[in-house]
Design a protein around this ligand. Structure first.
Ligand code: AHR
Length: 497
C-alpha cells in the first residue's frame, strides 16, 4: 500500500442541486417485476395492503423513492390503459409479447399503480403509448387521471374509487421509439411528439406534469439532434421538459453474456469499464443539448440505466432475472456519481428495474424478500437527494487488469438538506483497500461502508445479509481524517464539525 489519497471538498464552490429524481425507479410489466414483485392481490397469504406487498413497500419507503416509471419500457407502447380499470374480475386477459409472451391479467392498472406510489411516498412517471396507441387514447388517459371537472371520464374514475384527480409528475411520450416503440426515424418520431405533446394534457393545475420526449439509444445522436431542433423551433402549441437517454451496462454485445455470479476480477473490470462509458454518453448528448438549449431548460432524463447480465440459470425466458453482486453496488455508485457531476442537466434518472428484473433493488421468492447490494447503495445515498453538489479534488489513481485501466477511486460530495456535508467514496479496486486522507475542518466522519468478501458476493434468500453496510467512523487528527476503504466498496459518510 502506498501513500493515502488526499481528498479535499471545496465547500466554497457549490454546484447544482442533485435532484432527488436522479434516484428514480422503473417498474415495467415484465417477468416478476410487477406481478409477484409488487402485486400479489388482496387474497394472497403474503401480507399486503389492497394487493400490494407490505414488505416491498416497507423496504422501498426506506429509499425515499422519488418517482416510479410505469408501465414500461417496451410494454408501454403496447399497453391500453382502459384494460386496467374497473372491477378486476372483469378486466380482459391480454398478452405481453415483449416479455415471454405471458398473459397480462391487467389486475395491476392505473388505480393500483397510483395506490402503490402513494404507499411508498413516490411520484408517478407514466409512459404513454405512442407505438400502437393513438393521441386520443393518451389524451383520454390523462383526462381520466387528472381532471376535476365532471367529465364522463372523471366520473368513471370516481366510480372506480378515486373522486379526486391524481397528480402525475412525469409523462413519457413513448419509449424507445427508435426500437420496440415503433422503429421510427427521428423525423417520424418528432411529428408524433408534436401531436402527443399538444393533446395529452394534464388538467390538474395543482400538480404540474413534466413531458419527456424519447431521446437517444446509447451514442446515437439522431434523436438528440432532431428532438432538440424541433423543440428550439417549437411554437406556442407544444412544449417538452426532458429528453430521455437509455444506456445499459452490458459489457459486450447483445444478448448480454456477462454472468451475474461466478465471475472474477477480469469480468468485474470489463463491466465497470463499460459502465463508465455513461460519462462519455452524457458528454455527447449534453453538448448537443447545450447548443440548442444553453439555459438548460430541458433535462436529460436517463430513464433506463443499470447492468443487464446473462439471465439467472433456470429463470423464464424474457423475464430478465439476474442476481445482484457487490459489482452492481460499485456500478450503481459510479453512475450516480456521474449523474451528480452533471446535475445541472441530468435531473431525472430511473434504474432498471425496481424488483426482480435486471439491476433490481429487491428480489422476491414467494413470501421472502432480499435486499440487493444495489438497494444498499441507494439507501446510503439518500442524503444526496436534493443536496447541493460540492466539488471534490482527489487523485483517482488507477486499477489495472490486463488491458483495462480503471480509476481506483471515485468520490462526490454535497451539502445535504440536513445541513451536513456528505462524502461518497468508491474504491473500485477489487484487489486492495484504499486509504483516503480527507483535509477538513470536521471533527469526525460518520457513516457506512458496503463491502464484500468476494468480487461476486451476493445476498441470497438463505444468506440475505452477506453484503450489508457496516458502520464507518474516523476522528480527525490535525485537520485530517483517515478512512480505509475495503476492496470493491462504497462508503458514504457525514462530516461532523
Ligand atoms: O428494461 C428492459 C427493456 O429495455 C425496456 O422495456 C426497454 O425500454 C429497454 O430496451
Amino acid at each position: 500500500q502506498g501513500e493515502p489519497v488526499a481528498v479535499k471538498i471545496d465547500a466554497d464552490k457549490p454546484g447544482a442541486k442533485i435532484d432527488r429524481h436522479l434516484f428514480g425507479q422503473f417498474a415495467e410489466h415484465l417477468g416478476r417485476g410487477v406481478y409477484e414483485g409488487v402485486w400479489v392481490g388482496p387474497d394472497s397469504p403474503i401480507p399486503n395492503t389492497r394487493g400490494i406487498r407490505n414488505d416491498v413497500v416497507a423496504a422501498l419507503k426506506e429509499l425515499r423513492v422519488p418517482n416510479v416509471r410505469w408501465p414500461g419500457g417496451c410494454f408501454a407502447d403496447e399497453y391500453h390503459w382502459r384494460n386496467g380499470i374497473g372491477p378486476q374480475a372483469e378486466r380482459p386477459a391480454t398478452l405481453n409479447p415483449n416479455w415471454g409472451g405471458v398473459i397480462e391479467p391487467n389486475t395491476f392498472g392505473t388505480h393500483e399503480f397510483m395506490d402503490f406510489v402513494q404507499q411508498i411516498g413516490a411520484e408517478a412517471y407514466i409512459s404513454v403509448n405512442v407505438g400502437s396507441g393513438t393521441p386520443h387514447e393518451a389524451a383520454d388517459w390523462f383526462e381520466y387521471m387528472t381532471t376535476d371537472q365532471p367529465t364522463t371520464l372523471a366520473k368513471q374514475r370516481a366510480a372506480n374509487g378515486h373522486p379526486e384527480p391524481y397528480g402525475i409528475s412525469f409523462m413519457g411520450i413513448g419509449n424507445e421509439s427508435w426500437g420496440c416503440g415503433g422503429s421510427m426515424t427521428p423525423e417520424q418520431y418528432v411529428s408524433q411528439l408534436r401531436i402527443y405533446a399538444r393533446y395529452t394534457r394534464n388538467y390538474n393545475a395543482k400538480h404540474p406534469t413534466l413531458k419527456i420526449a424519447v431521446g437517444p439509444d446509447t451514442a446515437d445522436t439522431g434523436y438528440t439532434e432532431a428532438v432538440m431542433k424541433a423543440w428550439k423551433e417549437r411554437n406556442w402549441s407544444w412544449d417538452i421538459d426532458g429528453l430521455s437517454l437509455h444506456y445499459y451496462t452490458v459489457g459486450g454485445g447483445w444478448p448480454p453474456k456477462f454472468d451475474a455470479t461466478g465471475f472474477g476480477p477480469k469480468e468485474y473490470a470489463a463491466l465497470v469499464k463499460h459502465t463508465l462509458r455513461m460519462n462519455e454518453l452524457l458528454n455527447t448528448h449534453v453538448a448537443i443539448m447545450d447548443r440548442y438549449d444553453p439555459e438548460k431548460k430541458i433535462a436529460l432524463v436517463v430513464d433506463e440505466w443499470g447492468s443487464w447480465l446473462a439471465p439467472t440459470p433456470g429463470s423464464k425466458e424474457g423475464f430478465l432475472e439476474q442476481q445482484n453482486s457487490i459489482r452492481d453496488a460499485v456500478i450503481a455508485a459510479l453512475n450516480i456519481n456521474m449523474f451528480a457531476r452533471k446535475a445541472d442537466r441530468v435531473r431525472i434518472a430511473n434504474i432498471a428495474q425496481m424488483v426482480n428484473v435486471l439491476q433490481a433493488m429487491i428480489l422476491t421468492e414467494r413470501d421472502k424478500l432480499v435486499l440487493t447490494p444495489t438497494y444498499h447503495v441507494f439507501h446510503m445515498y439518500v442524503p444526496f437527494q436534493d443536496a447541493t453538489f460540492l466539488p471534490v479534488t482527489f487523485d483517482a489513481g488507477s486499477y489495472v487488469n490486463g488491458d483495462i485501466t480503471l480509476p481506483q477511486l471515485d468520490a462526490i460530495a454535497a451539502k445535504g438538506k440536513d445541513g451536513k456535508t456528505w462524502l461518497a467514496l468508491t474504491n473500485v479496486d477489487p484487489s486492495a483497500p484504499a486509504q483516503v486522507e480527507l483535509t477538513s475542518r470536521a471533527k469526525r466522519a460518520v457513516g457506512r461502508v458496503l463491502s464484500a468478501p468476494k468480487v461476486d458476493s451476493v445476498n441470497t434468500f438463505d444468506a440475505p445479509n452477506a453484503v450489508a453496510p457496516k458502520s464507518l467512523e474516523a476522528k480527525a487528527r490535525a485537520g485530517k481524517i483517515n478512512l480505509k476503504l475495503p476492496p470493491h466498496s462504497v462508503a458514504v459518510v457525514a462530516l461532523e464539525e
